[in-house]
Ligand binder design. Structure first.
Ligand SMILES: NC(=O)C1=CN([C@@H]2O[C@H](COP(=O)(O)OP(=O)(O)OC[C@H]3O[C@@H](n4cnc5c(N)ncnc54)[C@H](OP(=O)(O)O)[C@@H]3O)[C@@H](O)[C@H]2O)C=CC1
Ligand SMILES: CC1=C(/C=C/C(C)=C/C=C/C(C)=C/C=O)C(C)(C)CCC1
Length: 405
C-alpha cells in the first residue's frame, strides 16, 4: 500500500489521510475570530443589540406624538395647572401654534416664571398669568368672573391641574383635597364657562384623567373619604374616575351644541405629581433614576391632550377616553350612566350650582345621594370658620352670572 502524499510546506514525515488538505485548514483558521478580538466583537454585537432594544423600548414608552401642523392663531385657550409638568408643555405647544392662552395657576410666582419661559421659547406674547386655586370655589368664581370680563370667547378648555396621593387634607370649602381639586373645582369651572364655549362653537373641553380610574370607585357612602382614606387607591383614583364620569355626562348634555368633551390618560410621566411621595429615600432614588428611562417626558405626556385639543379630525368626537393619542374603550364602571348622573347631581349640590335636571322621583332636592344634607362632609373642619360653606356658595351663585342655557 502506498502512503498519502506529503504536501509542500508540511513537516516532513507527517502523515495525512487521503483527501486532507492542511493548507486549506490553515487558511480557514486565519479567517476565524479567536481570543481577544472574538470576545470584543461578540460583546460589541450584544451591546448593539441591547442598545437597539432599549431605544425601541424608550420610543414605545414615549408613545406617539401629535404631528399635524395645524395652527390655531387667535383661538382662546384656558389651561389649568400649567406652571409645570404636562400642563406647561401643553401651553408651550399651543403657544407655538399661535393660541391666546390663559394660564390658570394657583401660584402666581410659579406661573409667571413658566409664562416668561414659554414666551421666550414660543415667541408668542399672547400668554396671560391668571390665578386659579381649584381647591377654593370662591377662587374658581373669581377666575371666571375676570376671564369673562376680558374675553367674549373660549375655544378650548383644558382641565389639566391635579394633585395625587397627598395626606388627607381639605379644600377651603371643606372637601377632601383630591376630590375637591381634581373633580369639584374643574366641575364648577367648566359649568361656569359653558356659555362661552357654546358661543364659540365648534369648541372643545379636554379633561386630563388617569388610568388610575381603573382602581377607582365612586364611594356614595363616603365621597370625602372620611371613614376610610386611601391616598392613591381610594381618593386619587376616585377623583380620576369622577373626571371620566363627568366627561361622559357632559358629552350627553352638550350633544348638538358643537362643544365636544373628551378625557385622557397622559401615560406615566416624570413630573412633580409625586411631590407627596413619602416613601424611603432609597426608593425615591431608584424611582428617580428609573423614571429617566421608563417614564414619559412631560412633552410626551402632553401629546394626547394636544391631539384632543387640536386635531381637526376629532371636531365631532365627544365622550371618548384617549391614551397615547388613541381612543380606548372604557371599563363598565367608567361608563356607568347611573353613577355619572348621581355624581353630576351630587357635584352640583357640593359646588352650589342650580340643578340642570330635576332630581329623580322620591329624592328631596336639598338632600344629597347618601341622605345627608347639602354641604361639605359633616365635621369637615374646614379651618376657615365657615359653618356651612355650600349654602354660602349657594348664595353666591346668585351673584355670579351662570348662563347654563
Ligand atoms: N404624571 C403622571 O404620571 C400622570 C399625570 N396625570 C394627570 O396629569 C395632570 C397633570 O399632572 P402632572 O403634570 O403630572 O403633575 P404636576 O404636579 O407636575 O402638575 C400639576 C399642576 O396642577 C397644579 N395644581 C395642583 N393643585 C392645584 C390647585 N388646587 N389649583 C390649581 N392648580 C393646582 C399644580 O400647581 P403647583 O405647581 O402650584 O402645585 C401644577 O401646575 C394631573 O391631572 C394628573 O392627575 C395622570 C396620569 C399620570
Ligand atoms: C416617587 C417618585 C417618582 C415617581 C412617581 C410616580 C410613580 C408617579 C406615578 C404617577 C401615576 C401612576 C399617576 C397616575 O395618575 C419620580 C417621578 C420618579 C421622581 C422621584 C420620586
Amino acid at each position: 500500500m502506498s502512503e498519502a502524499a506529503t504536501p509542500p510546506g508540511s513537516v516532513p514525515g507527517t502523515v495525512f489521510p487521503p483527501g486532507f488538505d492542511p493548507t486549506a485548514e490553515s487558511v480557514e483558521k486565519t479567517l476565524c475570530f479567536r481570543g481577544f478580538w472574538a470576545w470584543f466583537v461578540l460583546i460589541l454585537l450584544i451591546a448593539l443589540g441591547i442598545s437597539l432594544f432599549m431605544w425601541l423600548l424608550r420610543k414605545c414608552i414615549q408613545g406617539p406624538a401629535y404631528r399635524k401642523a395645524n395652527r390655531i392663531d387667535g383661538k382662546v385657550v384656558i389651561v389649568t395647572g400649567c406652571n409645570t409638568g404636562i400642563g406647561k408643555e401643553t401651553v408651550l405647544e399651543l403657544a407655538k401654534r399661535g393660541a391666546r392662552v390663559y394660564m390658570a395657576c394657583r401660584d402666581p410666582g410659579r406661573c409667571e416664571a413658566a409664562r416668561l419661559d414659554i414666551m421666550d421659547r414660543s415667541r408668542n406674547q399672547q400668554l396671560f398669568n391668571r390665578t386659579l386655586d381649584l381647591g377654593s370655589l370662591q377662587s374658581v368664581r373669581s377666575f371666571v368672573e375676570r376671564f369673562k370680563a376680558e374675553e367674549s370667547r373660549l375655544d378650548i378648555l383644558i382641565n389639566n391641574a391635579g394633585i395625587m396621593a397627598c395626606p388627607r387634607t381639605l379644600t377651603a370649602d371643606g372637601y377632601e383635597q383630591q376630590f375637591g381639586v381634581n373633580h369639584l373645582g374643574h366641575f364648577l369651572l367648566t359649568n361656569l364657562l359653558l356659555d362661552r364655549l357654546k358661543h364659540s362653537s365648534p369648541s372643545r373641553i379636554v379633561v386630563v384623567s388617569s388610568a388610575a380610574h381603573l382602581f377607582g370607585r365612586i364611594n356614595r357612602e363616603d365621597l370625602m373619604s372620611e371613614k376610610n382614606y386611601g391616598k392613591f387607591f381610594g381618593a386619587y383614583s376616585q377623583s380620576k374616575l369622577a373626571n371620566i364620569l363627568f366627561t361622559r355626562k357632559l358629552s350627553t348634555i352638550l350633544k348638538d351644541t358643537g362643544v365636544t368633551v373628551n378625557c385622557c390618560h397622559p401615560g406615566v410621566v416624570r413630573t412633580e405629581l409625586n411631590r407627596h411621595f413619602a416613601g424611603p429615600g432609597w426608593m425615591k432614588s431608584v424611582l428617580q433614576t428609573g423614571s429617566l428611562y421608563f417614564f414619559k417626558t412631560p412633552k410626551a405626556g402632553a401629546q394626547t391632550s394636544l391631539r384632543l385639543a387640536l386635531d381637526p379630525q376629532l371636531e365631532h368626537s365627544t365622550g371618548g377616553y384617549y391614551s397615547d393619542c388613541m381612543r380606548f374603550p372604557l371599563v363598565p364602571w367608567a361608563r356607568n350612566m347611573q353613577n355619572a348622573d348621581w355624581l353630576w347631581r351630587e357635584s352640583e349640590k357640593l359646588v352650589g350650582l342650580p340643578p340642570l335636571e330635576p332630581p329623580p322621583a322620591g329624592q328631596n332636592p336639598t338632600q344629597n345621594g347618601n341622605g345627608t344634607q347639602n354641604g361639605a362632609a359633616s365635621g369637615n373642619g374646614n379651618g376657615n370658620g365657615s359653618a356651612n360653606p355650600v349654602s354660602r356658595e349657594m348664595q353666591s351663585v346668585e351673584t355670579v352670572v351662570v348662563n347654563r342655557s
